[in-house]
Design a protein around this ligand. Structure first.
Ligand code: UD1
Length: 427
């Protein structure tokens, strides 16, 4: 395969100003397109973001026998009339852990699934024991063979499942599986993330009987079959938060369209605490910053608390803020890798366990840095935007997994940013 090294080059020091639209949510689109496996009918999904992770998921679905048609890339028609292959291979799963989302629906619809174990990833071990435990409670026989989760169940049955911890894709997998199970499933200690609600709304439109999505107890009454529907994916709250953090850090003034402020309470609170003036409307958010941000102490936790997917971006903001902040990561055990890269830009950060202590300095220095995971990449972009001089970010394929047209959107906001090198190839 062709090996190329695309990089982003950013000249720092320009405040972000202007208006952009927010794309559909990656973490909602991924489970929603997997829901197609639960019906023979056609599912039309709108507002699908153009991202590497979505492409990977569509390829995986195609490999299982799903017919995919997409006239304009944000509208995708999926038809899983016949499922011909029930395996998600390691080569695909290792590039995108969300492939585990095939497990529940394949098992429920076809009675069998063979999904590669995701293994460790940059930000931590990320086991899938809760997905397995829930499906076993619903009657599945599951074994691990040659690095694959092999699951079989003639017909899943309803069960009461108490999750040991809050897991987003775990909740989504079990909710999808339960839609076609015989009887009622109760998922307790369920994830309350808005993306779980979005998936539930799509499943309900397909004929599923689900109550309580968005609370920590979800009840699903199984039905014999689901039907096709047309569904529009919610806006991406993490993309929204990333642009807001970037505007706050650069003393900018931005207007974000096609988003939803109600999804971002914890993030907007923290931005207000840092001194930003925020106005919101039905589907827009405006952020204006006129002075150096104040430091913001935070702790990540499941929704509705501060999202782990925004932690790295707020780390960059704190690097140039006035004061000292403490950031505690409680969701993933190794999600502070951007700290080493930010330090190369002169940031003053000390890490003790899962906690980072950041002493703000007036300005970062541009440097050569390396993206280590999706949200860490976004933090380096923000750092590059506020740094003095040039920042070169390597390994940006991480960024392309989760941010649609990021440099186009930043250019629209007046940033000096350029992509050099060939098309991305994940490794
Ligand atoms: C989802 C999001 C990801 C986000 C994360 C936490 C998608 C596609 N990805 O990931 O962007 O960062 O939620 O908000 O929606 N865990 C177990 N056993 C399990 C499952 C999870 O121990 O069976 C642990 C994980 O290792 C982690 C924590 O639970 O420490 C939360 O993980 P989880 O919510 O499952 O993350 P994902 O669903 O993979």
């Amino acid at each position: 395969m062709h090996k190329s090294k695309p990089k982003l080059i950013i000249q720092g020091g320009n405040p972000l100003r202007g208006e952009i639209h927010i794309s559909g949510a990656k973490n909602a689109a991924l489970p929603v397109i997997c829901a197609t496996l639960l019906t023979r009918d056609t599912l039309k999904v709108n507002n699908v973001p153009r991202l590497m992770d979505i492409t990977t998921m569509l390829i995986l679905l195609e490999q299982t026998g799903v017919n995919i048609h997409s006239e304009n890339q944000s509208e995708v028609l999926l038809s899983a009339e016949n499922l011909t292959n029930l395996t998600a291979p390691y080569e695909m799963v290792k590039t995108m852990r969300a492939a585990i989302l095939l497990l529940g629906p394949l098992l429920a619809r076809a009675g069998e699934a063979n999904i590669s174990l995701p293994g460790g990833c940059a930000i931590g071990m990320r086991p899938v024991d809760q997905h397995i435990k829930g499906l076993e409670a619903m009657g599945a026989e599951i074994s691990i063979q040659h690095g694959y989760i092999h699951a079989v169940a003639k017909k899943l049955h309803g069960a009461r499942i108490i999750m040991d911890l809050v897991t987003v894709t775990g909740t989504e997998n079990l909710m999808m599986a339960a839609t076609l199970a015989q009887g009622t499933t109760i998922i307790e200690n369920a994830a309350r993330e808005p993306e779980v609600i979005d998936l539930a709304n799509c499943l309900i439109a397909m004929g599923a009987k689900i109550k309580g999505a968005g609370s920590d107890i979800i009840t699903v009454e199984g039905v014999p079959a689901l039907r096709g529907t047309e569904y529009t994916v919610m806006p991406d709250r993490i993309e929204t938060g990333t642009f807001l953090a970037a505007a706050c850090a650069t003393t900018g003034d931005i207007f974000l369209k096609e988003t939803d402020a109600r999804l971002l309470d914890a993030v907007l609170d923290k931005l207000t605490e840092s001194g930003a003036k925020i106005k919101t409307g039905n589907n827009w958010i405006q952020l204006k910053m006129t002075k150096r941000p104040k430091s913001i102490t935070l702790r990540t936790a499941p929704y509705p608390a501060f999202p782990t997917d925004m932690q790295a971006q707020f780390m960059s903001l704190n690097c140039i803020a006035d004061g000292t902040a403490v950031i505690t990561e409680t969701i993933f055990e190794n999600r502070l890798m951007h700290v080493q890269e930010l330090k190369r830009m002169n940031a003053d950060i000390k890490v003790e366990g899962h906690t980072a202590i950041i002493r703000g300095i007036p300005q970062l220095d541009g440097a050569n840095v390396m993206a280590t995971d999706l949200r860490a990449s976004a933090s380096l972009v923000i750092a590059g935007l506020v740094a003095q001089g040039e920042t070169v970010i390597d390994r940006i394929y991480h960024l392309d997994r989760g941010y649609e047209s990021i440099e186009d959107k930043l250019l629209q906001l007046g940033a000096k940013i350029e992509r050099v090198g060939q098309a991305d190839i994940p490794n």
